[in-house]
Design a binder for this molecule. Structure first.
Ligand SMILES: C[S@@+](CC[C@H](N)C(=O)[O-])C[C@H]1O[C@@H](n2cnc3c(N)ncnc32)[C@H](O)[C@@H]1O
Length: 362
């Protein structure tokens, strides 16, 4: 039966130009993860896949692709070696009871308020928060031990929003850390509850999504051979981003997580990027079905003033030959504007290997 359905899927994936990449009214705003992909983009690709397929995202980050697959009705598996990302991905996709969740957060807040003392915030981040807000954050962290993944996602996302608000909203997704001379007092409890009430309504919770905190270079250790129909992912881009940095640095430092240790398990160095990604693709090859699809969202990268095209790089190292390439257009988006200003001719591309066709372009 599955074979018949697989063979019926022979449509070429296509992408329409988008006028916007972000939808503020979606679950994806729950946490400002660096490198988070557009949910609108992901939904476009996923809407073209059969619903009864199993999808794997081996670099799932905060689960944008997984959530959109779930909304489409597909079963999905996410792998990431960053536990913070895994928590958010889990929080977006696991089933929950709306009333119980809001009640639980409300009672945690009452307990937090009644704590006599708040734990000290790490000195590396304390300067970003007004003292009143800082105490509220640490009280909530102190009572968060039994929080579900969704509740933790709300807590961590609220820390990020609050950092921006305390500093007069001058921070963007990348310009983080300028301390305002007049820090504003922000009611952290209020931010948490408003965020929870907004995002809880987007959680669907079914069909099931499994999140595995594991190294994508070794996915075959945690998944059976030939067990997934489609691999769709946006891998780390040529060491450009520190997935433990930016807003995540604030959260990880508050939680006293050793970021250097965490980074050791992530692909973040250009010198080993090629061998790391080759290893990951070979591992992926073992778990994807012979007639499945592999879809990678990749970018370009300037290295020593030379532009490396993501599509050329991956065509060289992938075990399936040449993919077909869909260029992603940035019309009217901040990225497009940025590219025009910098005259960079940078592109994001979607690479598709249709393994039924041997992975070669048709
Ligand atoms: C471009 S981001 C994916 C973002 C995701 N699509 C989202 O919307 O949030 C790449 C991800 O690869 C993860 N990563 C890097 N090295 C990894 C490894 N060796 N194994 C598993 N995940 C890894 C990073 O933690 C990061 O979350």
């Amino acid at each position: 039966m599955t074979e018949r359905l697989n063979s019926r899927f022979r449509r070429r994936i296509s992408l329409q130009d988008l006028s916007k990449v972000n939808n503020p009214c979606s679950i994806h705003g729950i946490y400002p993860y660096r490198g988070k992909m557009s949910g609108i983009d992901a939904a476009q690709v996923i809407s073209q896949l059969p619903r009864n397929w199993t999808l794997l995202d081996p670099f799932c980050g905060t689960g944008t692709i997984l959530y959109e697959a779930q909304i489409h009705g597909m079963s999905a598996i996410g792998v990431d070696n960053n536990p913070l990302a895994c928590t958010i991905a889990q929080g977006k996709t696991e089933p929950l009871d709306v009333k119980k969740t809001l009640d639980h957060l409300g009672s945690a807040m009452s307990t937090a308020r009644s704590l006599e003392k708040s734990p000290r915030m790490s000195s590396s981040v304390a300067e970003y928060f007004h003292p009143m807000t800082r105490h509220q954050i640490m009280r909530m962290v102190a009572v968060s031990e039994d929080f579900s993944s969704f509740e933790r996602s709300i807590l961590y996302g609220s820390i990020c929003v609050t950092a921006r608000a305390c500093n007069g909203w001058t921070w963007t997704s990348t310009s983080i850390g300028r301390v305002s001379p007049r820090l504003r007092p922000i009611d952290f409890y209020d931010v948490v509850m408003r965020k929870a009430r907004k995002h809880v309504l987007f959680v669907k919770g079914a069909p099931s999504v499994r999140i595995l905190c594991h190294d994508a270079r070794r996915v075959h250790e945690v998944l059976p051979e030939q067990s997934v129909n489609v691999v769709y992912t946006s891998p780390p881009y040529f060491d450009a981003l520190d997935y433990t940095g930016y807003y995540s640095r604030l959260v990880l430092d508050i939680l006293k997580v050793d970021r250097a240790e965490l980074r050791k398990g992530l692909i973040q160095s250009f010198s080993t990027y090629k061998s790391d990604m080759t290893q990951a693709l070979l591992s992926i090859q073992r778990v994807v079905r012979e007639n499945g699809l592999v879809i990678l969202v990749v970018g370009d990268r300037m290295v020593h003033r030379k532009l490396i095209r993501g599509s050329e790089f991956f065509a060289e190292i992938a075990p399936w030959g040449k993919p077909y390439v869909i260029e992603r257009s940035y019309t009217e988006t901040p990225s497009g504007l940025w590219d025009r200003i910098n005259v960079t001719d940078r592109k994001e591309e979607v690479l598709v290997w249709d393994l039924h066709e041997g992975g070669h372009s048709t």
